[in-house]
Design a protein around this ligand. Structure first.
Ligand SMILES: Cc1cc2nc3c(=O)[nH]c(=O)nc-3n(C[C@H](O)[C@H](O)[C@H](O)COP(=O)(O)OP(=O)(O)OC[C@H]3O[C@@H](n4cnc5c(N)ncnc54)[C@H](O)[C@@H]3O)c2cc1C
Length: 458
């Protein structure tokens, strides 16, 4: 078959790679002028590549680890001890294990114990998601841990990621976060280990691209899909957008066309966000997909990631990851990459990501890097009182509209299947990753599942 894969993120590249392994020829269309989607890198100068958005792996990310092995690149993955903190009540509190919980001042001693026990019991006993699908995280936490932990810890964390939707988030989402990511036995019980490739994620994307091209396909960056239509009863046409379309935003209806009537394919696998997918369909294809499927796509809600990457001339704090649980601060996390990976790898340069997740239309999303920095400065100084703008050597700002699907109660009933109902048209995006929180590891699985759905119908 000739297959068009829309999107060269992890899911799209893996899907095309799997199809190529089965002897099919794939053209991968990508809007961004680079590979990797949400895990794409940027050149921060001096030949150093860094992800636009902070990225690491958990030891439970077995699909990604297996992919590295399969490609003969297992030497690339390195594991480093993580260090995590919460910022609240005016300071960072280390939060790496049971001892830190016992010293966690913002909660009363009985509340600390109750919270620790509830998490432990969940990790040891709650093996299936079903019992958490019809209750909100808030209701579960208040019942099992008490109101203090919701008010001081979990409420601010969920508000950071989901804003006004925090109270509606399903316990299924939190269950997966708390139970799936970390080994409870062995060394990791004491200190979490996180993975990072020794040359950034880029080499993985290059290897996948080379395999797709080696099998006769093409990987077309800065060449988005602008429209999709049927070719009679079988076959689909992809019309491409012109080079530079990424500057026009995410909605393909705003792209200038860049290639005549389009190219015909036997099948299409779309790994683009749900709203982009619906915008690609002409009326005939939308009718063929049908109202039930489209209704599921229209019901999808995403929050935007807004990520400011700062190069600093010194260390910001002792932690790799700081969750901001103080609602006064206008960002939700600080990820100091060079506290996980030694700054020596970057010639002594240090990098700090200031992370945010925001509802569409939030005023912070319209600020330029200088304006955003100005809005963040006093918050950054609350965490590190010595911090000044003089520490900053360079900065980069990225926005990802479809970064975080909003997983509310009953979410599993609204997930669109991979098969759209139109023969040869498959959709595979992060909204279908469940119950796990989306991540590169699960997009490896999703890409493989999408190829199987196309070839074998399941
Ligand atoms: C701030 C942030 C931090 C993260 N941290 C981690 C982490 O630490 N560890 C981890 O494992 N995961 C992390 N993730 C999640 C992870 O990056 C994603 O879950 C994963 O990369 C999704 O891959 P995907 O291929 O399914 O989707 P995407 O990466 O979203 O790929 C979809 C692709 O489609 C392209 N596209 C869009 N429109 C069109 C069009 N019209 N035509 C063609 N192409 C189009 C997009 O440009 C994109 O490349 C993070 C994400 C964010 C935003």
């Amino acid at each position: 078959m000739r297959v068009a894969v829309l999107g060269a993120g992890v899911a799209g590249l893996v899907c095309a790679y799997r199809l190529a392994q089965e002897g099919h020829v794939c053209d991968v269309y990508e809007r961004w002028p680079g590979l990797g989607g949400q895990a794409a890198t940027l050149d921060v100068g001096g030949g150093d590549l860094l992800e636009r958005y902070y990225h690491h792996l958990f030891t439970s990310d077995r699909h990604m680890v297996a992919l590295y092995e399969e490609l003969g690149m297992d030497g690339e993955l390195e594991w480093h001890p993580s260090s995590m903190a919460f910022f609240l009540d005016g300071r960072q509190w280390a939060f790496n294990g049971p001892l830190d919980l016992l010293r966690f001042g913002p909660l009363s001693p009985p509340a600390r114990l109750r919270m620790g026990l509830a998490v432990l019991l969940l990790q040891k006993r709650a093996k299936h998601v079903e019992s958490f699908e019809s209750i909100t995280a808030r209701a579960w936490i208040e019942k099992r841990m008490g109101r203090g932990p919701w008010r001081k810890v979990w409420g601010p964390l969920l508000r950071g990621k989901f804003g006004e939707r925090a109270e509606d988030i399903s316990m299924a989402w939190l269950w997966s976060k708390l139970t799936l990511r970390r080994q409870l036995e062995g060394d990791e019980a004491r200190q979490e280990q996180l993975g990072y490739p020794s040359h950034s994620w880029e080499l993985l994307f290059d290897a996948l691209r080379d395999a797709i091209v080696g099998a006769g396909g093409r990987v077309l960056i800065d060449r988005p899909a602008a429209a999709l239509r049927r070719d009679g009863d079988c076959g689909l046409f992809v019309s491409a957008g012109a080079a530079g379309s990424f500057r026009a935003g995410h909605d393909p209806r705003g792209f200038e066309r860049g290639g005549g009537a389009g190219e015909r394919y036997d099948a299409v696998v779309a790994t683009v966000p749900s709203d982009v997918f619906t915008a690609l369909l002409d009326d005939d294809l939308a009718a063929a997909v049908g109202p039930d499927y489209l209704g599921r796509l229209h019901a999808t809600e995403y929050h935007t990631a807004l990520c400011l990457l700062l190069e600093l001339d010194r260390r910001f704090s002792p932690f790799y990851w700081t969750n901001i649980a103080d609602p006064e601060l206008p960002f939700v996390g600080l990820v100091e990459h060079t506290n996980l990976i030694s700054p020596e790898r970057y010639g002594g340069r240090r990098f700090l990501y200031v992370a945010n997740y925001l509802a569409p239309g939030d005023p912070l999303l319209s600020l330029d890097p200088d304006e955003l920095l100005a809005a963040y400065l006093s918050g950054l100084r609350k965490v590190q009182p010595d911090f000044s703008e003089d520490w900053i050597r360079a900065r980069w700002l990225h926005r990802e509209p479809a970064a975080q699907p909003i997983v509310t109660v009953g979410y599993h009933r609204r997930i669109p299947p991979l098969q759209t109902g139109v023969p040869g048209l498959v959709l595979a995006n992060t909204t279908q990753i469940y119950p796990e929180d989306r991540g590169t590891n699960y997009s490896v699985r999703l890409g493989t599942d999408a190829a199987r759905a196309l070839l074998h119908g399941n």
